[in-house]
Structures are given as C-alpha cells and as structure tokens.
Design a binder for this molecule. Structure first.
Ligand SMILES: *[C@@H]1O[C@H](CO)[C@@H](O)[C@H](O)[C@H]1NC(C)=O
Ligand SMILES: *[C@@H]1O[C@H](CO)[C@@H](O)[C@H](O)[C@H]1NC(C)=O
Ligand SMILES: *[C@@H]1O[C@H](CO)[C@@H](O)[C@H](O)[C@H]1NC(C)=O
Ligand SMILES: *[C@@H]1O[C@H](CO)[C@@H](O)[C@H](O)[C@H]1NC(C)=O
Length: 295
C-alpha cells in the first residue's frame, strides 16, 4: 500500500453519489392508494422460502462496518467500501455508484482503479480528466466540464485522503506500517476515518458535527476541523484490538470508549496534518502526525 494522499473534489459528482449512499432501492408504492392495498402488498412481499437468505444488517450483531448505514435491512456503504456488510474495499472510482464498484478483500488493495483515480480503494482523484470521465448525467447538473480534482487541504464538498501515521509510541507495541484513510465530508461536517496496520484495518471512527475553518496565519493557510465528539469501533480480532492472545497491549476498550473532542489541522501545500484526540493526550501529548500525504 502506498501512503498516498490526495484530496478529491470531483466536486458535484461526489455529492451526487453521496446522495446515493443513503438511498437504497425501495419497493414501488406509487400504485398504492388505500390502506387495504398497502397491507396486501406488504404481505405478498415476503420472499418465498426458496430464496437465499440475504445478509440482514438489522438483525446481525455486526450490522454495517466502516460507518455504513443499515436501511431497510441492507447496508449503504461509504464510498470505497462494499460487500453486504461494508467490510470489503471497493475499487473503480467514487464517480461510480457504490453498488456498481467492484470489490476486493478487506485485507488487500485495489489493483485497478478507474483512470484518474488511485489509492488503495480508488477514492483519490489524480487528474481533472478523471473527474470528468463520466457522462454529465452521472456527475453534475452543470455537466462535467467544470469538474476538477481538488488537491488542496481545503475541502469544498467531500474529499478523501490517505496518509502514513507517525506514531513511535505505537510502533513499539505494534510494529508495522500505519495508514489512515479519511473521508472528509464538508457538507455534513463529518470525518470518517479508518486506521490500517500493514494490510489489516484495525478500527474505524466517525467524527460528526465538526466546525471547519480555513485561516491564514503569517502567510500560511491552513484548514482546521474542530469536532466535539469521536466515536470509534475496534475491529476484533485484530492486533490492536485484543485479537492476539498473551501479554500484549489491548487497545480495544480504549479505542471503543474514545469520546473526543477531536481536531485536525492541515496546512495548505504541506503533505502532513496534525490531529489531536483529547482522551489520548496522556499518551500523545503533542497529538499525532499524519505524514507523507502525497497531494
Ligand atoms: C485476508 O482475509 C481473508 C478472509 O478473512 C483470509 O482468508 C486471508 O488469509 C487474509 N489474507 C491475509 C494476507 O491476511
Ligand atoms: C448527510 O446528512 C443528511 C441529513 O442528515 C443525510 O440525509 C445524508 O445521508 C448524510 N450524508 C452522508 C454521506 O452521510
Ligand atoms: C472489545 O470491546 C467491546 C466493547 O467495548 C467488547 O464487547 C468486546 O468483547 C471486546 N473485545 C475484545 C477482544 O477485547
Ligand atoms: C509542513 O510540515 C512539516 C512537517 O512535515 C512542518 O515541520 C512544517 O512546519 C509544515 N509547514 C507548515 C507551513 O505548516
């Protein structure tokens, strides 16, 4: 996995598909005019017993991983994740509807992204042409000519980035290569993050209700996300989450009980960002640094 970062703003396109993230196919009810008919339709909609049972996120304790949302018993995954429980990586590009993106195993990485996209789950745009590669109807009401690949740290709609994490305190316990993958949604003011150790995802977080500010200080422009809460899920069994028997550090309960606040500061034109989680200030007094963010 390359510690590559970039910020994607295939501006309106990504918005369109974010819309689709939460919309699941629902049964047509346009012909329904009376309560009686509705009742009939519901009762006949029960699948015959010969149908293969589908993964039902509402009754499975696992639900939807990676901050996917369970709607009508089906998971709607965030861009870059797929499979019926959102545990797989999806390839292609975020301009493709989530359900149409080819998936690969969670502990691998995509070998083929759509032209103009990269990153281990193909979310990161590299060229304006990539952002303009879909037909206008799939991208924006304005057509796709104006679509650009945003490589700034300032987020306009939804951006993705992947960086290495500099965490000497952690590598002592868990040696390996740390990668953080961020989906920064400036419309909902939410960051979704996953942490990977080598090829294996250890935990994921959602950080809602952020305040986003781009400021200039001494000629340096930076974007800061200040967020009151962070909510993380440790994935079991993984190295960091108690998956290894024996006298090793188990961060499972620490990670699951993180509360925040959280802040992320990314200077413009700099391949690094700093982040800070209040609960971990004893462990990381100066916060943590995301580096090698390759814009
Ligand atoms: C990847 O995950 C699959 C399914 O969980 C497992 O069978 C396989 O051994 C894993 N491969 C590696 C390299 O960890
Ligand atoms: C953003 O928030 C709106 C309103 O709460 C919601 O309908 C939508 O699904 C959210 N989008 C994402 C990507 O979470
Ligand atoms: C991790 O923590 C969760 C709750 O915080 C608990 O349900 C689970 O059993 C723990 N798993 C391990 C392997 O420690
Ligand atoms: C850019 O990042 C480096 C660390 O990688 C830091 O030392 C430097 O001060 C940063 N520059 C700005 C303008 O913030």
């Amino acid at each position: 996995m390359h510690p590559s970062i970039s910020l994607l703003v295939c501006v309106t396109a990504v918005l369109v598909f974010l819309g689709q993230v939460s919309s699941q196919p629902t049964s047509t009810t346009t012909v329904v005019t009376t309560t009686t008919v509705t009742t009939t339709l519901v009762s006949t909609a029960t699948p015959p017993s010969t149908c293969t049972p589908q993964y039902d996120c509402s009754s499975s304790p696992k639900g939807c991983l990676n901050n996917g949302v369970c709607t009508n018993n089906m998971c709607s995954c965030l861009p870059g994740f797929g499979g019926n429980d959102c545990s797989l990586l999806s390839c292609g590009s975020p301009l493709t509807a989530p359900s149409q993106r080819p998936t690969v195993a969670a502990n691998s990485s995509c070998t083929q992204c759509d032209s103009g996209f990269s990153g281990f789950n193909c979310n990161i745009c590299q060229t304006d042409a990539g952002c303009q590669s879909k037909s206008p109807s799939r991208t924006s009401i304005l057509g796709n000519e104006g679509m650009v690949c945003n490589k700034k740290t300032e987020v306009f709609y939804d951006s993705f980035m992947t960086c290495a994490v500099r965490a000497p305190e952690l590598t002592g316990f868990f040696p390996g290569k740390y990668t953080v993958n961020l989906d920064m949604d400036a419309i909902n003011k939410t960051i979704y993050a996953q942490l990977w150790l080598d090829q294996v995802e250890q935990f994921y977080c959602s950080v809602p209700n952020c305040d986003i500010a781009t400021t200039e200080q001494n000629g340096n422009i930076q974007t800061t996300w200040t967020c009151p809460v962070i909510d993380c899920q440790c994935l079991n069994p993984t190295l960091m989450c108690g998956g290894v028997p024996g006298p090793v550090v188990n961060l499972n309960s620490t990670i699951n009980s993180l509360k925040g606040p959280f802040s992320l500061t990314c200077p413009q034109g700099n391949a690094s960002c700093d982040f800070f989680i209040d609960d971990l200030s004893g462990f990381f007094p100066n916060g943590l640094q995301m580096v090698d963010c390759d814009l």
